[in-house]
Design a binder for this molecule. Structure first.
Ligand code: FES
Ligand code: FES
Length: 186
């Protein structure tokens, strides 16, 4: 394989054409080539879930996927969950329940929760626990995180768009400049 490979991906609604080192992971390319630092770098071995993103709607550990494998795919990072109208109901619920403590795990938790609510809009507590089982929180803020996901699902029941990201207004701008620092550090 060549040292560098040209890939084209749609990230948070924006088509990105990037010349990437063949051995670089999707996580490296998102953070270093695209400036999307909301996706966190931690264990790098698929254990913590801090690097979770959606690739064609499936939650993926970006540290375990080569960027070249993502060629042609549609990717959603935590920056893509919000819309021009503001935070998604899921993000809002995380804020309101105080789910973010140090905040480091929150982008991954949000993306995994997004994937869960896209397939199970009204999960039970057990389903939330299972859906987020791959996302570790070193602050042990699991109770508030689970509470937030359940609250977002309940918000959806009341007629808003908790399972957004999949169904709310598509993100049409690169939201790299939108600080995920509202819920997590860079
Ligand atoms: S950094 Fe990818 S799973 Fe931990
Ligand atoms: S809020 Fe600190 S690691 Fe989860």
């Amino acid at each position: 394989m060549a040292d560098r490979v040209f890939i084209e991906v749609t990230v948070n609604g924006r088509v990105r054409s990037v010349d990437v080192p063949a051995h670089h992971t999707l996580l490296e390319v998102l953070r270093e080539e695209m400036g999307l630092t909301g996706t966190k770098e931690c264990c790098l071995v698929g254990e913590c879930g801090a690097c979770t993103v959606l690739v064609d709607g499936m939650s993926v550990d970006a540290c375990l996927m080569l960027a070249v494998e993502a060629d042609g795919s549609t990717i959603t990072t935590v920056e893509g969950l919000a819309t021009d109208a503001g935070l998604s109901p899921l993000q809002q619920a995380f804020l309101e329940t105080g789910a973010a403590q140090c905040g480091f795990c929150i982008p991954g938790q949000l993306v995994s929760a997004q994937a869960l609510l896209a397939t199970v809009p009204h999960p039970t507590r057990a389903q939330v626990e299972e859906g987020l089982a791959g996302n570790l929180c070193r602050c042990a803020g699991y109770e508030q995180i689970i509470e937030a996901v359940l609250a977002a699902a309940e918000t959806d029941t009341r007629g808003r768009t908790a399972s957004s990201g999949m169904s709310h207004t598509p993100v049409i701008a690169d939201r790299a400049a939108t600080p995920d620092a509202e819920v997590a550090p860079q």
